[in-house]
Design a protein around this ligand. Structure first.
Ligand code: KIV
Ligand code: NA
Length: 263
């Protein structure tokens, strides 16, 4: 089976909503692969998988390790890997070197990086050299230390023009799609109308051309997620129940039982 391509995602602007979720490892990715158009190996894995406070501490080799697992576990969806903090901001050349390493070592189809106007030159440098780039604007978690936390963007209408200009700059620079995170609905709508590439919303309303959520958040695994997450599963509760049952059965010597013993 041939994977969904970057141009196929780009061509979905204004069409059927693009479906996406994050995945960090092979088994969950294989499930998501049967339903999503693209899978993001997000740097949120630092928080979700490794207990970090923010995504700022995520190293490049960790993204590559999880990226490889997700590519191995999937065959249909486009796999996009996040460039972690510190791997692309310094210069287009540094960004290219690290993006090329991610693509070579994971075999993913595209990378994602945070930033609007300020990253436009880098996005152009990468796309002109064979690296498809998904941009990420609005609430950009890698800048949380500058912003003073994770703050919804666009509550003040005076800021809208800056966010719209960010979207236009990344589209103009050659990004094939743009994640719009944590912005008020009317701004998400204006951004989506302002660019010819698909907007992928997270906490950005149904006005976007597609949606993405962190898989573990929507599965009900881990901490209570932000307001914009709809929780579709209760995996945390199910795992708790299973672990408790196992513990009880080991203690009462009912596990291992007849079916689980070599005679
Ligand atoms: O790292 C991540 O999970 C992301 C998505 C939330 C867009 O960047
Ligand atoms: Na991310």
């Amino acid at each position: 089976v041939r994977r969904i391509t970057v141009p196929q995602i780009a061509a979905r602007k204004g069409g059927d909503p693009i479906v996406s979720l994050t995945s960090y490892h092979a088994h969950t990715a294989a499930i998501v692969d049967r339903h999503a158009d693209f899978i993001l190996v997000g740097d949120s894995l630092g928080m979700v998988m490794h207990g970090m406070e923010t995504t700022v501490g995520v190293p490049l080799d960790l993204m590559i390790m999880h990226g490889r697992a997700v590519v191995r576990g999937t065959k249909r969806a486009l796999v996009v890997v996040d460039m972690p903090f510190g791997s692309y901001e310094e210069s287009p050349g540094v960004a290219f070197r690290n993006a090329a390493q991610i693509m070579k070592e994971t075999q993913c189809g595209a990378v994602k990086l945070e930033g609007g106007k300020r990253m436009a030159e880098t996005i152009r440098f990468l796309t002109e050299r064979g690296v498809p780039v998904m941009a990420h604007i609005g609430l950009t978690p890698q800048s949380s230390h500058v912003m003073g936390g994770f703050r919804t963007q666009g509550r003040d209408e005076d800021t809208w023009d800056l966010h719209i200009a960010d979207a236009q700059a990344v589209a103009e620079a050659g990004a094939f799609a743009v994640v719009v995170e944590g912005v008020v609905e009317p701004l998400a709508q204006k951004i989506t109308e302002a660019v010819s590439i698909p907007t992928i919303g997270i906490g950005a309303s149904a006005a976007c051309d597609g949606q993405i959520l962190v898989l573990e958040d929507m599965l009900g695994l881990g901490d209570r997620p932000p307001k914009f997450v709809k929780v579709y599963g209760q995996l945390g509760d199910q795992i708790e129940q299973a672990v408790k049952s196992y513990s009880d059965e080991v203690r009462s010597r009912t596990f291992p039982g007849e079916d689980h013993v070599y005679r």
